[in-house]
Design a protein around this ligand. Structure first.
Ligand SMILES: [Zn+2]
Length: 371
């Protein structure tokens, strides 16, 4: 995901915020301060509504973050590497580098998020009881009621049984356990996600058409995101089914042109980028180990007068954020990263031996279909 602001690390996991969160925050504060809070606690001065609204929005964002971090921390407990956690327009994503090793891990990683939302909702509900017992201002209690409800809604929505929603992952884990076939389970969960997305789009549009309420557009937008995410999940499940146990070594590009982290942007453009028709290049350090990935788009953003002094490492994606896989692993394991548009680096004994791009994946599946 691009246009992300890095916030730092929580429990060693990189946390970022997409710019769209700022828009959502502004809308939330405005909606709370002008509609929700005045309706449930009338007769307060405007500054009270606006400051309580701002505080409640921050708490809401923190409860979203807790939901995603729960996924990430449980995943790490099962040895699944976590690339990062990003908050964006529709909530958050915890990007996992590896697949769950067994159905139980899949189930617990998926369920931990909604469970955290339920816990957050219950905590805010307890806050409601406490503030009313202590006779706190009604506007505070109103904000806590809203926080309890929104976390409940978040838990219920995320438990809808279609991938990529958490409920879809739960469905996948159960089907995986029952039939013993992870690919079939993924495909079924992604199909369910596609169906749920379509229902939300239709329900949202119907609400706009028949009641004239524009908030139906919001539901339709959420549904449309779900449809497109489910479509890419289906593609990735098909990759897995087609490629089976073929090792990455057999589908990778074994002779990737690579840059060096200390090389200047100008030198890289002349000696490496000009010689290949790629948009992303691996970086290789002096010992031959992977040292990140550089996109032509990142290189192009460097001003002309800084090209001969800026090292590639300044504009490249850092090594710990780039998907890396051992050459002997099954090729299907790179499908999720490739579907997200990443260039995957292939290593053997810590040395960079190849890369897998979307083009390499498509080529491999076309060959697999012919045999
Ligand atoms: Zn979740």
């Amino acid at each position: 995901m691009t246009q992300t602001l890095r916030l730092g690390r929580v429990a060693g996991i990189p946390v970022g915020v997409h710019w769209s969160v700022l828009v959502i925050m502004a809308l939330l504060v405005q909606g709370l301060a002008t509609t929700v809070l005045p309706a449930s606690a009338p007769g307060q001065p405007a500054w009270a509504y606006w400051s309580v609204a701002a505080g409640a929005s921050v708490l809401f964002l923190l409860s979203l973050l807790a939901h995603e971090l729960a996924h990430a921390i449980v995943a790490r407990g099962f040895g699944i590497r976590v690339q990062r956690v990003t908050l964006w327009l529709l909530g958050g994503v915890a990007e996992l580098t590896d697949e769950a090793p067994h159905p139980r891990a899949d189930l617990l990683v998926a369920a931990s998020g909604p469970l955290t939302s339920v816990l957050a909702g219950a905590t805010f509900a307890a806050g409601v009881v406490a503030t009313s017992a202590l006779g706190a201002p009604a506007v505070l209690t109103a904000a806590l009621i809203w926080l309890a409800l929104i976390n409940g809604v978040l838990a219920v929505f995320n438990l809808l049984p279609g991938a990529p929603l958490d409920g879809g992952r739960v469905l996948r884990a159960i089907l995986w356990r029952v039939h013993g076939d992870r690919d079939r389970a993924s495909l079924a969960a992604a199909r369910a996600g596609h169906g749920i997305g379509l229902i939300l789009v239709i329900a949202g549009l119907a609400q706009v058409l028949f009641t004239g309420q524009l908030r139906g557009l919001w539901l339709a937008l959420v549904g449309w995101f779900l449809v497109s995410a489910a479509t890419s999940e289906q593609a990735s499940a098909r990759y897995r089914a087609l490629l089976g146990k073929v090792p990455v070594r057999e589908i990778m590009n074994p002779y990737p042109l690579a840059g060096r982290p200390e090389q200047t942007v100008g030198d890289f453009t002349r000696t490496v980028a000009a010689r290949a028709h790629h948009r992303a290049f691996p970086l290789r350090d002096w010992y031959g180990r992977p040292a990140g990935v550089v996109q032509l788009a990142d290189v192009a953003r460097v001003p002309a007068d800084a090209r001969e002094s800026t090292p590639l490492s300044d504009v490249a994606t850092q090594p710990d954020l780039v998907p890396v896989i051992e050459a002997s692993r099954p090729a299907a394991e790179v499908a999720p990263a490739v579907a997200r548009g990443s260039l995957v680096l292939v290593v053997e004994d810590d040395l960079l031996v190849g890369v897998v791009s979307e083009a390499d994946m498509v080529r491999a599946t076309e060959l697999a279909r012919q045999s």
